[in-house]
Every structure is written in C-alpha cells, then in structure tokens.
Design a protein around this ligand. Structure first.
Ligand code: NAD
Ligand code: SER
Length: 314
C-alpha cells in the first residue's frame, strides 16, 4: 500500500486529487498538506498538516513521520501571480522542488511534479508543439517549469529517484477556484455565465490555448504514476492535452446551454503577452504511446458537465 504526501493540497488540482487518491489508496494513507488551513472535508477525512513546502526540515520530518513513499508536489505560484512577484515565484517553485527532491533522494520516495504549457516560449513551434522542441519561456513561471523538468530528470539519472511529470495545459474545474494563472478565464467564464449571464474576458477573443477538464487531469496524474517505468522515455515532461479553446469558441459552446450569454473583452496586456507566448496546440503523442494517455472530455462535453454542476449547486 502506498503512503502518499501531497503538497499544495488545497489548490485547484489538490482539491480534486486528495479525494481521488484517498479513494484509491485509503484515507489514512494520503497526507494532505498546504501552507494554509483547509476545510473540514479535507482535514477530517484523512491526515492533514500545515506545511510550507520550501521548509526542507519540516518536509523531511513529515515524510519520515508518515512513512511516505510517494510525493505529489503541487505547491507553486502560477503564471500571472508569478509575473507580479518573480522573485517569490522562483523561491517558492524552485525552493519547494529542491526540498521535495532531496527528501525523496534520502527516503527513496517517488515524486510527481506538474510542468505546464508555460514551459514553452515565443520561439517554440506553436501548432503543433512537438514533445521535444525549443524551450525558452518568457515568464518566471515558465523558467521554473523548464528548470524543474531538468532537475527532476537529473535526480532520476543521478540518484535513481522515480520522478515523473506532465506538462498540463490550462485546467478547467468547479470547486476550488484557479490560483492566478493565464488560463483562469476558462473557469471564470462558467461562473459568470451562470451567475450573471455575461463575462468580460481578459484575453483577446481569438487567443487559442490547450485546455483539459479536471477529471481527465486527475486520470492523467494517476495514469503516469501507475505507468510501467520501463516504457517511460519522457518521464518528467509529457505533453498532455484534451482540447484547444478560444474565448469566442467557448462562449459559443456556452450559448448552446445559455442562449443569451454575452461575452465582451477588456484585454490585460500582461496575461495576453503570456498567452501569446504559449502554444496553440501541443502534440501529446508521446504520452499516448508511452503510457496510454487519452482524455474523455472534449470542449462540448466539458462545457455541458461544468454547467450542469454549477447550475445544480447554485
Ligand atoms: P493553485 O494555485 O490552485 O494551488 C496551489 C496551492 O499551493 C495553494 O493551495 C497554496 O496555498 C499552496 N502553496 C503555495 N505556496 C506554498 C508553499 N510554500 N508551501 C505549501 N503550499 C503552498 O495551483 P494548482 O492549479 O492546483 O496547480 C498545482 C500545480 O500544477 C502547480 O505546480 C501548477 O504550476 C501546475 N499546473 C496547474 C495548471 C492549472 O491550470 N491549474 C496547469 C499546468 C500546471
Ligand atoms: N493554468 C496555468 C497558468 O495559466 C498553466 O500552467 O498559469
């Protein structure tokens, strides 16, 4: 039986991953941790600790105390927040990853670390973006993601740590709100469509980005960690995607359910520049070939499911 620790467990991904891993591996075997206190749904259903993932000593104590053998490392600052405070983004994203990899080396833990489409930059081929290509991101977030992919590769090659990772696209979900990314519009649009029937988008109408519905992202996380290691060539940097969305295209999809829905635009130059530097469509054939990745949701089924959940809980 696995003994799992999740950092950054209260975020957009963690709020879905904690219950899924507790269901798969047993509630007592999944330790949720975050910088801040989380709701009773997380803290009463299994072990929970307040933990700053950049605090290497506290992290090591937690791993030893709970006899952890697998770490899902989600704590990070996202792209837009990272551009507001690049120094902090470097310290949190790289400091926490270094702490996780060191404790994993010492305690023989496996490690999952998410990378991102943010690891690509303006010089990268945009459509399709190959698995192995130019990686020169223009944001501090992207720089930490490329450095993180390389550091995870290094800990595997040099120390034999079982590191694995995915380059996630923008993730769409209900529940915990997104944490300050450039793709947050694709979540916000649903909340505003249901509550106000209109949405003002901070990206241009034709800005195309890769996206994925959270149930597929959680399947991908479980899939890569359960994959046969002998088959993994791109261990820490698999492109994965499910759909390509523009604000005008997603608005059309929402109008199939809310015909009067209106979208307008008030473009934020910082987030627009970030989006313009990212791919239009990544090629995820390596993930499909090496460990059988494939999404269940496309734009239409995702939008229908999002609206059903938000309408029913509203
Ligand atoms: P999020 O911002 O929603 O959540 C991050 C969590 O980390 C928060 O609960 C926060 O309290 C916690 N945290 C921040 N600093 C911490 C620290 N020092 N110690 C412990 N916890 C800390 O982020 P998310 O969307 O859940 O993303 C998780 C990971 O997945 C990140 O590495 C992110 O880059 C990556 N990712 C996310 C997306 C997406 O669209 N959500 C896409 C690609 C990659
Ligand atoms: N959704 C994330 C962001 O926009 C992508 O890594 O920052």
């Amino acid at each position: 039986m696995k003994h799992i620790l999740i950092t950054g467990a209260g975020g957009q991904i963690g709020s879905w991953l904690v219950p899924r891993l507790r269901e798969l591996y047993g509630e007592a075997n999944v330790v949720a941790t975050d910088l801040r206190d989380l709701g009773t749904e997380v803290t009463e259903a299994g072990p929970f600790e307040i933990l700053d993932a950049t605090d290497a000593n506290a992290l090591a104590q937690c791993v030893i105390r709970h006899r952890v053998d697998t770490v899902y490392h989600l704590a990070a600052l996202l792209s837009a927040t990272g551009e507001q405070n690049p120094k902090l983004a470097w310290e949190v994203n790289m400091g926490s990853l270094e702490a996780v990899l060191e404790v994993a080396r010492e305690q023989r833990c496996a490690v999952f670390t998410p990378s991102s489409i943010g690891a690509f930059g303006p010089d990268t081929p945009k459509n399709p973006t190959p698995q192995d290509t130019i990686m020169r991101p223009a944001t501090m977030y992207g720089i930490t993601k490329v450095a993180g992919e390389l550091l995870c590769d290094y800990y595997h090659a040099r120390y034999g740590v079982d590191t694995r990772g995915l380059r996630f696209p923008g993730l769409i979900s209900y529940g915990a709100p997104p944490g300050g990314g450039t793709t947050d519009w694709a979540v916000d649009i649903f909340y505003k469509a249901v509550s106000e029937g209109r949405y003002t988008c901070f990206l241009r109408s034709d800005s195309q980005l890769d996206m994925m519905y959270m149930p597929d992202a959680i399947d991908a996380l479980v899939g890569i960690m359960e994959a046969n290691p002998d088959k993994l060539v791109h261990r820490n940097a698999f492109n994965v995607t499910a759909m390509q969305l523009t604000p005008e295209g997603l608005a059309d999809e929402i109008r199939k359910h809310i015909p009067d829905f209106r979208i307008d635009y008030d473009v934020d130059p910082v987030r627009q520049a970030i989006a313009d530097s990212w791919p239009d469509r990544i090629d995820d054939s390596a993930a499909r070939e090496e460990w059988g990745w494939g999404p269940n949701f496309d734009g239409a089924t995702m939008a229908a499911d999002m609206l059903e959940h938000l309408t029913n809980t509203d």
